[in-house]
Design a protein around this ligand. Structure first.
Ligand code: ZN
Ligand code: ZN
Length: 301
């Protein structure tokens, strides 16, 4: 099984887009990439815009080889409604747009399905779905909360197993802090787990208690499964001090002989946290305020 993170916060933009290739099937998970509209009260720097465009080209190229495209939820860093032709001739497995979803994502889901039109050769709801292709098994989790509550909606995790390898992609569980997120991972007994990690850079939105729970859950996974590699990225990598915040997880990796690394390191590249370093890109280090939101701006020309 070949696992290739295509874009990630450690590669300079928000994404968990991943290509998974087995001898039987090629799956592209969450083909999109975006930038934080505001960080340190600053809009994206042009270095970030350039990086996002180059990562997007990589996702587009990878999509050509994929048989299956999946969407874990309808945040724009996980699905790109401006590029529906990516799905041409593919099997699409999409997060349920009607149940276990919040209002903003319900609206985005129906707009996305409308935009896809006749491009995919097949569209299925992913929540709780499973399929076998040759010797490869693909299992989608039931919808689980996007974080520690369902305020931001729900996401679908995905597992791909072939031979003695099992890959699990958590999408935006923001940790995982919750039992229902943890249990799908433990039941999957992954050899490689790609987790998004807790959102430590925004303590006012993501309480310290949830970071503790996420660290305890990740540590338990390292201790009690057959995991060989933990990829930690996305939310965790929005914090410049992620290695300090995740120190117990890095230590548990050492103790249990598990590689703990970012998506960038997993593909042999240097970590480049452009969003976390946006203040430095502008030469404005020392600025304090971090806020999400701000005016929406499509990064796709
Ligand atoms: Zn999300
Ligand atoms: Zn995300």
């Amino acid at each position: 099984m070949k696992i290739t993170p295509l874009a990630a916060d450690s590669l300079g933009a928000r994404s968990m887009a991943t290509l998974v290739e087995t001898p039987d099937v090629t799956v592209l998970i969450d083909p999109s990439v975006r930038l934080a509209p505001y960080r340190y009260d600053l809009p994206p720097h042009e270095i970030e815009e350039d990086r996002m465009r180059s990562l997007w080209r990589g996702i587009r190229d990878a999509a050509k080889k994929a048989d299956i495209l999946s969407v874990s939820h309808y945040h724009f860093d996980h699905h790109n409604p401006d590029a529906p032709s990516l799905y041409k001739g593919k099997r699409a497995f999409l997060k349920d747009g009607k149940f276990h979803i919040n209002r903003s994502q319900r609206e985005r889901a129906s707009a996305f399905v409308r935009a896809l039109k006749k491009y995919p050769k097949e569209v299925q709801v992913s929540d709780g779905n499973a399929l076998d292709i040759g010797g490869t098994e693909i299992v989608f989790s039931p919808a689980v909360p996007h974080g520690y509550s369902d305020e931001l909606g729900y996401v679908v995790m995905v597992r791909v197993s072939q031979g003695d390898e099992t890959f699990v992609h958590t999408s935006d569980v923001q940790g995982p802090p919750l039992k229902e997120q943890l249990s799908f991972i433990l039941d999957s007994d992954p050899t490689v787990l790609y987790a998004d990690g807790p959102m430590t850079h925004m303590p006012e939105h993501y309480p310290e208690e949830m970071t503790k729970r996420s660290i305890a859950n990740l540590t338990r996974i390292l201790r009690s499964t057959g995991i060989r590699t933990l990829i930690i990225d996305h939310h965790a990598l929005r914090d410049r001090e992620w290695r300090t915040r995740m120190a117990p997880v890095l230590a548990a990796g050492e103790a249990h002989d598990v590689r703990v690394m970012t998506a960038a390191e997993f593909i042999g590249k240097a970590v480049d946290q452009l969003e976390a370093n946006r203040d430095r890109l502008y030469g404005l280090e020392g600025r304090k305020p971090d806020r999400e939101g701000g005016p929406a701006k499509s990064p796709f020309p």
